[in-house]
Design a binder for this molecule. Structure first.
Ligand SMILES: Nc1nc2c(ncn2[C@@H]2O[C@H](COP(=O)(O)OP(=O)(O)OP(=O)(O)O)[C@@H](O)[C@H]2O)c(=O)[nH]1
Ligand SMILES: [Mg+2]
Length: 357
């Protein structure tokens, strides 16, 4: 799963990308290409299971982030939104600047995170509108030449999209049924992708939750939208410290949890992902699957052989396994269940697949 990091110039995208992925981006201001990196999803449950099994290897779930060059402050002037990489992203993360700094110029001069968010949303809407209009023109021409039920259906759907976009609304705010979603998928509309707004705060405001701010209310109401806040420079400083010092520093500042962890967790849930675990002396590992995935497809995320030869899944909740201190007691207690192919794997379940190929 991939999330594109977008925003106006100098909003802190690359700083945040480096902190999330541990990967340096180098110079700011590059406008031509995107940079990919991988973030490990922090998961206390995996830590606890690993303490129990003491495996040779511990593997966390991951999310890919892509640092995209800054969006222009002028409408319709964007090259970075035309990057092909962006089209295949599963979600978009928009970093908006709320920090003030005399050393870092803001492309719109004043600091106004809500305005910046709106500007970027308008840009998504504009880009999608261009695509819809082009396609509609084409459809009108084709339909004048020959009748086609499929093309008519597409035309009706796209006209509906155009009406939404002309109102300045993102397509993610509209409900489409499964067939419509399938038809729209190929267009890879930016405004239909789930969106995580990350407000990059001043050091002094670290720990403030922007979702309680009235100014963002309109933003938070929509479906497939999430919001969180970080102070990127502060997180950078925290990352330099060892665990003990960083905990003490956080206490001084009155912040209880790492904002970076929150960004990753918000990303994860926005993508609709959950984790199941496989455990053993060789490896304890968290696997990402979309919520609602049946066991046989969860097996496929590990290996196609396990899917092909699927017999049964042995399933137990992570905390029950921990509480029982091993599978043997789970079996006695009946908390270890045998499930079939269609069983929907739940978040935090430890799964052992029995298969035969
Ligand atoms: N004071 C302060 N400065 C920050 C913060 N986050 C980023 N900066 C600074 O802002 C400048 C731009 O940060 P980048 O992370 O390069 O911003 P960017 O969005 O990647 O910029 P472009 O790629 O040029 O669009 C750098 O000098 C950062 O050190 C913050 O939370 N507080
Ligand atoms: Mg950058």
């Amino acid at each position: 799963m991939e999330i594109g990091i977008l925003g106006l110039a100098s909003s802190g995208k690359s700083t945040l990308f480096s902190l999330l992925t541990g990967q340096e981006v180098g110079q700011t201001g590059r406008r031509d290409s995107a940079v990919m990196g991988i973030a490990r999803v922090p998961d206390d449950r995996l830590e606890r299971l690993s303490e129990m099994f003491n495996p040779k290897k511990k593997t966390a779930a991951t999310i890919q982030y892509v640092d995209v060059p800054g969006i222009s402050a002028e409408h319709g002037r964007d090259s970075s939104l035309n990057l092909p990489e962006l089209r295949t992203m599963d979600a978009l993360m928009v970093v908006v600047r709320a920090f003030s700094s005399d050393n870092v110029p803001h492309p719109m001069t004043s600091i106004d995170p809500v305005r910046d968010l709106e500007h970027i949303e308008e840009e998504f809407v504009l880009q999608d509108q261009i695509i819809v209009e082009k396609r509609l023109e084409r459809l009108t021409r084709d339909l004048a030449r020959r009748r086609s039920k499929d093309l008519e259906v597409e035309q009706i759907l796209l006209k509906r999209c155009l009406a939404v976009l002309e109102e300045g609304r993102a397509l993610r705010s509209e409900v489409f049924d499964a067939a419509e979603q399938k038809l729209l998928r190929g267009f890879t509309f930016l405004s239909s992708k789930p969106l995580l707004a990350v407000i990059n705060l001043d050091e002094a405001d670290a720990g403030v939750d922007p979702s309680i701010d009235e100014a963002y209310k309109d933003w938070l109401e929509g479906p497939n939208v999430a919001m969180t806040a970080v102070c990127a420079t502060l997180e950078g400083e925290l990352a330099q410290l060892d665990a003990e010092d960083s905990a003490a520093f956080m206490e001084d500042l009155g912040i209880s949890d790492s904002a970076l962890t929150r960004v990753i967790e918000e990303s994860y849930s926005l993508l609709g992902l959950i984790s199941f675990f496989t455990v053993g002396e060789d490896e304890c590992r968290a696997w990402s699957i979309p919520r609602g995935t049946p066991a046989v497809e969860a097996a496929a995320s590990i290996h196609s052989d396990i899917q092909r030869g699927f017999i049964r899944a042995e399933v137990v909740a992570w905390d029950e396994l921990l509480d029982a201190d091993g599978f043997a007691v789970c079996r006695q207690r009946g908390s270890l269940r045998l499930e079939g192919k269609t069983y929907i794997v739940g978040d935090g379940e430890v799964v052992h697949f029995r298969f035969n190929v």
